[in-house]
Design a binder for this molecule. Structure first.
Ligand code: AMP
Length: 365
C-alpha cells in the first residue's frame, strides 16, 4: 500500500518510519528540498496549494494524511473530490485552524473550555475584558503555534495597543487559566469506527514550547479526558490520530486546543506503548485494524530545542531512546527528542532529570 503525507517534517519522518515495517510505502509532499522526511520516504518537492502538483502527488496513493494542521483545506477537499481517502477529513482541519471555530465546537459538544471572545478591534478587547476579567490571553485566531502570536494581558496597563501589536485583528481573547497542570489525550479512531485512547500525557511547557511529556497510565483525569475526545471523534466522523490539549484546573479539565494529527505530547508512545501513535495513524488512515495502546513501563519524553546534545551522552543514560530529526540547529526549533522508559516512576524521574540537564546544557533548554 502507498500512503501520502502532506508535510515532510519530523512528524512525517516518524510516520514514514512506522509505515515501512507494515509494508506501506510513504510519499511526502513538501516544498523544501531539505525536508527531514525525505531521507525515509519518496519526496515530491512541490507546494501544497498547486492543483497539478497535488494530482501528481496523489497518483497511485491509497490514502492521504497530514502532518501539520495548517494545510490548506481547499487542497484536502480537492484530493477528497478525486475519490482518494483523505484522513482525517477537511472538517477537522477547518475546526483546528481557527481558534474561534475550535472553541465554538467544544462548546457545542458540551466540552468545557476557557471563556473566550472574538477580537477584531481594540474596542472588542476592552468589551471582552470587562466581561472575562484580567489576566487574559490574547491570541491570533489562525497560524499560532508554540506560543507564537499570543500575549498575556496581566493588568489594565497591558491593554492599550495590544490588538495592534498582534496584527490589528483576527484575534481571540481567552480567560487566563491558573491551571494545576497541562495534559493531553491522544486518541485514534479507525475507518470502522473503532476507537482507542492512550494513557494521559502530562505536559510541561516553557516559553510556549513543550519541553517534557510524561505518560500517566491510571491518571484520575483520564476518564474525563477520554469522554471529551470521544465526543470530538464521533462528531467529526474522524479517522486517524487526534490530540486534545487541556488545562487541569484541579476542579475539572478545560479544553485548550485540538491537533488533527500525531502530536508531540504522544512521542513517548514509540517506546512507551504497545503501538505508537505513528503506527496507529498509518493503520487508521489505511483502514487497517488498530493496535493496542496500553502503556509499556513508565515513559517520558524530552524535546531537544535549538540544538541536539551529543548522541553519546543521551545513549549513556539507561532506558533512553534517541530521535534525531536531522535538522540544522536554530533557536526555538525542535531538532529531536529522547524518550526514557523505566521500571518504576522513581527510576524514570532520575533518568529524566539527566536528559533534561542535557537538553538545557546543549540547547535552549
Ligand atoms: P496554545 O498556543 O493555545 O497551545 O498556548 C500555548 C501555551 O500557552 C499553552 O500550552 C499554555 O501553557 C499557555 N496558555 C494558552 N492559553 C492559556 C490560557 N487561556 N490560560 C493560561 N495559559 C494559557
Amino acid at each position: 500500500m502507498r500512503l501520502g503525507i502532506l508535510g515532510g517534517g519530523q512528524l512525517a519522518r516518524m510516520l514514514a518510519l512506522a509505515a515501512h515495517p507494515l509494508g506501506v510505502r510513504p510519499r511526502v509532499l513538501d516544498p523544501s528540498p531539505d525536508a527531514g522526511a525525505g531521507a525515509v520516504a519518496e519526496h515530491v518537492v512541490e507546494p501544497w496549494d498547486d492543483a497539478r502538483a497535488l494530482a501528481r502527488f496523489a497518483t497511485g496513493l491509497d490514502a492521504v494524511t497530514c502532518e501539520f494542521e495548517n494545510v490548506p483545506v481547499a487542497s484536502l477537499e480537492a484530493l477528497a473530490a478525486d475519490e482518494l481517502a483523505v484522513r482525517p477529513g477537511p472538517r477537522a482541519f477547518a475546526a483546528a485552524q481557527d481558534r474561534i471555530a475550535e472553541k465554538t465546537l467544544f462548546t457545542t459538544l458540551g466540552i468545557p473550555t476557557p471563556a473566550f471572545a472574538a477580537v477584531d478591534a481594540q474596542a472588542d478587547l476592552e468589551a471582552a475584558v470587562a466581561r472575562l476579567g484580567l489576566p487574559a490571553v490574547l491570541k491570533t485566531r489562525r497560524l499560532g503555534y508554540d506560543g507564537k502570536g499570543q500575549a498575556v494581558l496581566r493588568d489594565a496597563s497591558d491593554l492599550p495597543g495590544a490588538v495592534e501589536r498582534l496584527g490589528g485583528g483576527g484575534l481571540i481573547v481567552e480567560a487566563f487559566v491558573a491551571f494545576r497542570r497541562e495534559v493531553s489525550v491522544i486518541a485514534v479512531r479507525g475507518a470502522d469506527g473503532d476507537c482507542a485512547f492512550y494513557p494521559l500525557s502530562e505536559n510541561a511547557h516553557a516559553g510556549g514550547i513543550l519541553r517534557v511529556a510524561r505518560s500517566r497510565p491510571g491518571d484520575p483525569s483520564r476518564d474525563e479526558a477520554v469522554a471529551h475526545v470521544a465526543r470530538l471523534l464521533e462528531h467529526l466522523d474522524y479517522v486517524g490520530v487526534l490530540a486534545l490539549e487541556m488545562f487541569d484546573t484541579g476542579a475539572g479539565l478545560l479544553a485548550n486546543e485540538i491537533a488533527p494529527r500525531v502530536h508531540n505530547s504522544g512521542h513517548w508512545s514509540i517506546e512507551g506503548a504497545e503501538t505508537s501513535q505513528f503506527e496507529n495513524q498509518v493503520r487508521a488512515v489505511l483502514g487497517l485494524p488498530l493496535g493496542a495502546v496500553d502503556a509499556v513501563g513508565h515513559a517520558a519524553m524530552v524535546n531537544f530545542i535549538g540544538a541536539m546534545p551529543p548522541a553519546r551522552e543521551v545513549l549513556a543514560i539507561g532506558g533512553a531512546h534517541l530521535h534525531d530529526y536531522a535538522k540544522s540547529p536554530r533557536a526555538g526549533r525542535k531538532v529531536g527528542h529522547a524518550t526514557v522508559r523505566a521500571e518504576s516512576p522513581a527510576a524514570l524521574e532520575v533518568a529524566l532529570a539527566r536528559l533534561v540537564a542535557l537538553a538545557e546544557t546543549h540547547g535552549d533548554g
